[in-house]
Design a protein around this ligand. Structure first.
Ligand SMILES: Nc1ncnc2c1ncn2[C@@H]1O[C@H](COP(=O)(O)OP(=O)(O)OP(=O)(O)O)[C@@H](O)[C@H]1O
Length: 464
């Protein structure tokens, strides 16, 4: 018998008793606790090989919110803690979110003894997290450390490691990237949401002579009118109420490197005019100052909009378009490159099986056929999230069609009234809007009255 030390936290005394009986007989000593408020004390005074935590502490509340808060608290105290979650409602979505938030596994109540023991054994024997995670988008090796998700309007410096770009249909794009990268030519990347524009922008930077300098990514579509100028060009102390110090903008931060302006099609006319001036003069002026500062940056822009159409309808300046599109790279939507689906899906299976320590190794032929028939409105990002979710939830080594939920056509989707759970309604609204606007984040956010960040957070939360 293993002699592990375990902690079970649940507000149901019957559950505590039953869990203790079982785990004690097979695994070692078991502390039980009814009140999660005691967690900090217990963790600071004991080392547990695994912690079983209930998701729902208040009777009749199934949101799991409290469980998530306690999970976060545990990981703050001990980032290496192996937390297994109890969820009583068979709510797999909550389980997926919990794994993303840093839990190592979950157990559905009522549990099957063998399965419960196996899960706890695996949690105890799981090797410590390896901080050299293969996913350079994550902020650390721990799955749950990706709490911030995608970088916000401020963007972030490029990850230091080359990212794998999968798919034969990407070959011509990569050939162009190779030729263009060493030049300082401005590049405009076109493509629907989730087709890999950000990935290609980073690849250009990584293959350029500027690769040792910063790669600064800014989602300009998410900047409000008032933030736009100070974020991009900086400000001086006292320029406005909150300007307590001088601050360099993103252009200055990118000095010597590359600045990636995402969602360039969303700029308002006045923002377009200000950006054009900077590009023409190759200098920025911080808000509140009248001194121009020269900037040496390589410019890469991206959009999912048809900028020529915008120029024709006079919502995008032609002179700005000519400035930014010296080289144009168009990324095809995933539905137009079905042969890329298999290698991409297999790549994500390997990545997430490793990240979540799951025994999944491949996809069944039936699943691949369904995947090729599906339209993937959210493109590679949607495929990536679908595989991530399936890897977490699948019981077998091979993913099957049943492990996937392909988005339904809104007209055939089940009526919204079938469930009153708010989260469900929210998810459905987002799914339907994503379909309606073919995955355009900007349009979906506008329709739902959310900021792009808030929408990204929800997409991440719901695994969409
Ligand atoms: N060819 C590819 N090979 C491997 N991963 C890919 C590929 N294309 C896209 N991805 C992955 O898919 C996800 C979405 O890609 P990315 O963020 O680059 O898309 P995007 O076009 O910039 O999306 P958005 O328009 O919404 O900003 C990322 O996690 C990226 O790593």
């Amino acid at each position: 018998m293993q002699t592990a030390k375990l902690l079970v936290v649940d507000d149901d005394p019957d559950v505590l008793l039953a869990a203790r009986l079982l785990l004690k007989r097979h695994l070692g000593t078991v502390d039980i606790e009814k009140n999660p408020e005691k967690l900090p004390f217990l963790l600071n005074n004991n080392h547990y090989d695994a912690i079983v935590l209930d998701m729902n502490f208040q009777r009749d509340v199934s949101s799991g919110r409290e469980g998530f808060a306690w999970l976060e608290r545990i990981l703050d105290i001990d980032p290496q803690a192996r937390v297994v979650l109890f969820t009583a409602y068979g709510d797999v979505d909550m389980a997926v979110r919990a794994m993303k938030a840093g839990a190592v596994d979950f157990v559905l109540k009522p549990w099957q003894n063998d399965k419960f023991l196996e899960t706890i054994r695996a949690a105890i024997n799981r090797p410590d997290d390896d901080s050299s995670s293969s996913d350079t988008n994550k902020s650390s090796g721990r799955p749950g450390a990706n709490r911030g998700g995608r970088s916000g309007p401020g963007g972030s410096p490029a990850a230091g490691k080359a990212t794998s770009i999968i798919g034969t249909a990407m070959r011509p794009v990569l050939d162009t990237v190779e030729r263009v990268a060493p030049t300082d030519a401005n590049v405009l990347i076109l493509g629907e949401n989730g087709t890999g524009k950000d990935l290609i922008a980073r690849a250009i930077h990584e293959q350029s002579n500027r690769h040792n300098k910063p790669f600064v990514s800014v989602d300009v579509g998410a900047l409000t009118e008032s933030l736009f100028e100070s974020e991009l060009f900086g400000h001086v102390k006292g320029a406005f109420t909150d300007a307590r110090d001088d601050r360099a903008g993103r252009f200055e931060e990118a000095a010597g490197g590359t600045i990636f302006l995402d969602e360039i099609g969303n700029l308002t006319p006045s923002q377009q005019a200000r950006l054009l001036t900077v590009l023409q003069q190759r200098q920025v002026t911080r808000v509140g100052s009248n001194k121009g500062r020269p900037v040496d940056v390589r410019l890469i822009c991206a959009t999912n909009a048809d900028l020529n159409e915008r120029v024709a309808e006079k919502t995008f300046r032609q002179d700005l378009l000519y400035r930014i599109n010296t080289i144009e790279l168009a990324l095809p939507p995933l539905r137009q490159r079905p042969d890329d689906i298999k290698p991409l899906a297999e790549h994500f299976v390997r990545q997430y099986a490793k990240q979540y320590n799951r025994p999944v190794t491949g996809l069944s032929p039936a699943l691949l056929t369904e995947m090729k028939q599906y339209g993937w409105p959210g493109n590679v990002r949607e495929l990536q999230h679908a595989v991530e979710r399936a890897v977490i939830l699948s019981a077998g080594a091979t993913l099957e069609p049943g492990d996937f939920v392909f988005r339904k056509n809104p007209s055939t989707a089940s009526p919204v009234s079938e469930t009153l759970q708010l989260e469900d309604l929210e998810r459905k609204a987002i799914q339907q809007a994503m379909l309606k606007y073919q995955g355009s984040i900007t349009d979906v956010a506008r329709e739902l009255g959310l900021s792009r960040q808030a929408l990204y957070r929800r997409l991440e939360k719901f695994g969409l």
